[in-house]
Design a protein around this ligand. Structure first.
Ligand code: AMP
Ligand code: MG
Length: 492
């Protein structure tokens, strides 16, 4: 029997001002909702995770119901800027670090339970997570991983019939999520704003030691650390923009220092392309609208940089922040060139991309399917457009887009970009399946009746979103009209 083993978390190397010891609060009669066999097999290929992990011991451990936890679980303290306002004390209010686990390569992962009860950082909340939002996080972690976008991972989901009170009464769930580290920008902000300079340096050294060892050799390791965090953040957010992913709550406490997509709440993938799309119904002003995400990432990087003011000379800090938009734009254009199947880099690529999105704005065409079907376009001037592409536009291809397609074809011909090979490359960068809100919603509705099979079917589909499979035909279409009514907010 493969009982999960945890070792003392690396985080416990830090002084105990960084965390509190906690004990998960048990739920009544927990049950499995999902167990991610693929992830288990990735971590421990020699075990037989499918059969082995589903033990009573593991169910108890991963639902917060074990009698004893060794090592002692802990919750960490952080702060952060929420919607632009500094909140001096946040912390793991409903996340509990059980420990680290080594995979078969010896790589260490932090194992967290989300929703396993109160911690000293829960403030006025209950430390719980509801089934609905836990299913969304479970699926989206794995969808992002399938897309190749850096993310925390989801190992398991357990539930209980215990009530949890939100806008209505829901039931509780506990998500087991894992990452090399869950350290956030907010961990640094907490130390900075409470004047703990020495401890801030300890945290920076800790992050370098465990996650950015290449920085040790630099003249100023902290400068290289911040640059690397900036580079990873740029790459991740560029991938979001290229995949139509809206995070929804890009507060600094939800920003990973490893550049992982973290804390899935009211996120959403674009259905119809709309640059101003706001996925979080609580975000009335659109601070975290789709097109704002790169600017917010920059703002968040500046907030993090401020914490390094005693470790990095001001001029270098300023330069780093000034240059971040270029780092982002470089990552973004590189990813967009792949999406368009382009072979060469050209001076007007930025304009080509911007003009495409300008032509798509207001057309109600599905973002994901537009790029997927663009791969079917032939290179020749005057050839009819692929019908799958035209079908995305209710009133036919708009004039501005027709002009753009002509320009794109000229570009393809000029670089001798052979259509068939291009289509194959594009289909490896443009997913057919994303976790559309209505798909998550259907799986949630079934789960509420005790049927968890759709969660597993969606997870399997999204784990490999670039490969078309007949069994998942029902996940490939655009959103139905009722999807517009789905309301996702911070309440989870
Ligand atoms: P979020 O908006 O999910 O990133 O959460 C912001 C802060 O509120 C974090 O410190 C969370 O741990 C905390 N929090 C959110 N929901 C709960 C909850 N139900 N119980 C306790 N703390 C929570
Ligand atoms: Mg959070």
């Amino acid at each position: 029997m493969h009982t999960l083993n945890f070792r003392q978390p690396r985080f416990a190397e830090l002084p105990n001002t960084f965390y509190s010891s906690v004990a998960p609060e048990p739920l009544d009669s927990p049950y499995w909702i999902a167990l991610n066999h693929d992830l288990a097999a990735e971590l421990w290929p020699s075990a037989n995770p499918m059969a082995d992990l589903q033990s009573a011991e593991n169910l108890a451990a991963l639902s917060g119901c074990a009698e004893h936890y060794t090592p002692q679980p802990l919750a960490t303290v952080y702060s952060g800027h929420q919607f632009g306002v500094y909140v001096p004390r946040l912390g793991d209010g409903r996340a509990i670090l059980l420990g680290d686990a080594a995979d078969s390569q010896g790589k260490l992962w932090e194992i967290q339970l989300k929703g396993a009860g109160k911690t000293p950082y829960s403030r006025f909340a209950d430390g719980r997570a509801v089934l609905r939002s836990s299913i969304r996080e479970y699926l989206c972690c794995e969808a992002m991983h399938g897309l190749g976008i850096p993310t925390t991972r989801a190992l398991a989901l357990t539930g209980s019939n215990n009530p949890v009170y939100r806008e209505e009464v829901e039931t509780a769930a506990v998500l087991t999520r894992i990452a090399p580290s869950f350290i956030r920008f907010g961990h640094f902000e907490y130390l900075f704003y409470t004047g703990r300079e020495d401890e801030l340096k300890l945290l920076a050294d800790f992050v370098i030691r465990h996650h950015y060892p290449e920085c040790t050799e630099a003249d100023n390791p902290y400068l290289l650390l911040l640059e690397q965090i900036g580079r990873r953040t740029a790459q991740t957010v560029a991938a979001w923009q290229c995949t139509g992913f809206c995070h929804g709550v890009m507060n600094t406490d939800n920003m990973s220092v490893l550049g992982l997509t973290l804390d899935y709440g009211p996120f959403g993938f674009l259905d119809a392309y709309d640059r101003r799309h706001i996925c979080n119904h609580s975000d009335r002003e659109g601070r975290y609208a789709f097109n704002a995400q790169p600017y917010i990432a920059h703002w968040n990087m500046a907030a993090l940089a401020q914490c390094f003011e005693t470790l990095i000379p001001e001029a270098e800090l300023n330069l780093l922040i000034e240059q971040w938009p270029t780092v982002f734009q470089t990552a973004y254009l590189k990813h967009m060139r792949l999406k368009l199947g382009l072979l060469a880099e050209q001076a007007d690529d930025e304009e080509l991309v911007a003009d495409l999105f300008a032509a798509l704005q207001g057309q109600q065409a599905d973002f994901t399917l537009f790029f997927r079907h663009l791969s079917l376009l032939s290179n020749a001037h005057g050839d009819p457009l692929p019908s799958a592409l035209s079908a995305l536009f209710a009133d036919g291809i708009p004039q501005q887009l027709a002009l753009w397609l002509g320009r794109y074809r000229r570009r393809l011909r000029a670089e001798n970009n052979e259509a068939e090979a291009r289509a194959q490359r594009m289909n490896r960068t443009n997913p057919l399946y994303v976790l559309r809100n209505h798909l998550a919603e259907q799986a949630i509705a079934l789960a509420k009746t005790g049927d968890y099979r759709e969660i597993e079917r969606l997870r399997r589909c999204l784990a490999d979103p670039y490969r078309e499979r007949a069994e998942f035909a029902d996940f490939a279409g655009p959103a139905p009209a009722w999807a517009a009514e789905i309301c996702v907010s911070c309440s989870s």
